[in-house]
Write a protein that binds this ligand. Structure first.
Ligand SMILES: Cc1cc2nc3c(=O)[nH]c(=O)nc-3n(C[C@H](O)[C@H](O)[C@H](O)COP(=O)(O)OP(=O)(O)OC[C@H]3O[C@@H](n4cnc5c(N)ncnc54)[C@H](O)[C@@H]3O)c2cc1C
Ligand code: SF4
Length: 337
């Protein structure tokens, strides 16, 4: 049993203050990831700061887009009428993840900050650079079927497991944070990081910083989008590969393309060169295949996940085709409703 303090914060500044320094503190929202990690002895906080009473549970109009509070649950966000009509890509991505019960408890801020699903990370009997910096990475050359094919390092090949974040990357959201040095906003692409030589850091939050909201920009890709998630089981499984595709079309010509992949890197994976390549091209299989080839050219598969390269290539083409045709992947919506 690891002993820890429990503090309930009433305001954002109380939460930031309670984080202090040297306490190995953690914020807790829905607890659907953090409590599991504590039970597995992976996370051993000295202080838990309960943030569930903070006034961060609203979805509001903001500069032509929407501002989503960090405590809005995944279920509330996915079913909000404004999200469903204006950002259906986000709604589909959320509904493709976890289960109805989990989505009722899980928060937006917690989803962003959930930790990898690497088997070794959860098993304290094995070394793991992310859990215990400098101890090694047994996934390299070990069981790495679910691991990354892009942006890996010699220290870690884990993936970020969120579905929601893949859609937020394609939508080019912004993360608003508060911390000991004040407030700041982080472009979604810069929020999560690649493992490099510090895989223990999943994101660019500084100690004591708390996510307060996420801004969705005015451009919503409401007409041409899809979230395609490929996994071992149809429900209750993390993505082997997922694709969030968003297009703006002028007739049959691509005006704007945004594409992010999940299940393949330490962060939602975007290739801006491929997005630029698509712009001005006809919205057809040939253009989509060209973009997919460009993206997977950079892939560096591990010993047992080479299949992900072809899976990603095909998923990109199919995701873009579905987006262009205006036929979003909506299996999960139907399953739940
Ligand atoms: C069985 C199972 C299946 C799942 N399947 C999927 C899936 O298919 N797809 C998917 O995307 N997810 C899946 N999830 C993960 C789930 O979405 C996350 O556990 C959930 O979103 C985390 O939110 P939470 O509020 O419960 O976070 P918590 O568990 O409370 O916190 C998670 C982390 O975020 C930090 N944190 C929380 N809020 C903030 C904040 N405002 N600012 C800064 N840090 C914060 C905490 O300190 C902690 O480190 C699954 C989970 C389980 C248990
Ligand atoms: S891939 Fe990363 S999380 Fe998994 S064992 Fe290696 S260092 Fe740990």
């Amino acid at each position: 049993m690891n002993r820890f303090d429990y503090v309930r914060a009433g305001t954002v500044s109380e939460a930031v203050q309670a984080f202090g320094s040297g306490q190995n503190a953690r914020f807790i929202a829905g607890g659907t990831n953090l409590v599991d990690l504590m039970k597995y002895n992976v996370e051993k906080p000295g202080r838990l700061i309960d943030i569930t009473r903070l006034p961060l549970d609203a979805i509001e109009e903001h500069e032509g887009g929407l501002r989503v509070g960090a405590l809005v649950t995944n279920a509330t966000l996915a079913y909000d009428e404004r999200i469903r009509s204006r950002y259906p890509l986000l709604s589909s991505a959320i509904l493709a993840g976890a289960s109805a019960q989990l989505r009722n408890a899980a928060s937006t801020g917690g989803n962003l900050n959930q930790r990898t699903r690497c088997y070794y990370f959860y098993d304290e009997a094995t070394p793991c650079n992310k859990r215990e910096p400098g101890s090694g990475c047994p996934a390299i050359g070990g069981q790495n079927r679910i691991h990354a094919i892009f942006g890996t390092s010699e220290h870690c090949i884990a993936t970020h497991p969120s579905d929601m974040c893949v859609a937020l990357a394609a939508l080019e959201a912004t993360v608003n944070v508060a911390g000991p040095d004040g407030d700041r906003s982080i472009a979604f692409d810069d929020y999560h990081r690649l493992p490099g030589d510090a895989p223990e850091k999943d994101n660019t939050l500084k100690p004591g910083e708390i996510v307060v909201s996420i801004d969705l920009p005015a451009r919503d890709y409401g007409q041409h989008h899809t979230y395609l998630k490929l996994r071992d089981r149809l429900s209750y499984a993390f993505a082997l590969v997922s694709v969030a595709a968003a297009l703006e079309l002028d007739g049959q010509t691509i005006k704007t393309a945004r594409l992010a992949l999940g299940g393949v890197a330490h962060k939602p994976w975007r290739n801006k060169q491929a997005e630029a390549l698509l712009e001005g091209k006809p919205a057809n299989r040939e253009s989509f295949a060209e973009a997919a080839d460009l993206i997977v050219r950079e892939a560096q598969p591990q010993s047992t996940n080479g299949f992900k390269v072809e899976l990603a290539r095909r998923a990109i083409v199919r995701g873009l085709e579905q987006a262009a045709a205006g036929t979003p992947q909506s299996l999960s919506d139907k399953r739940i409703q």
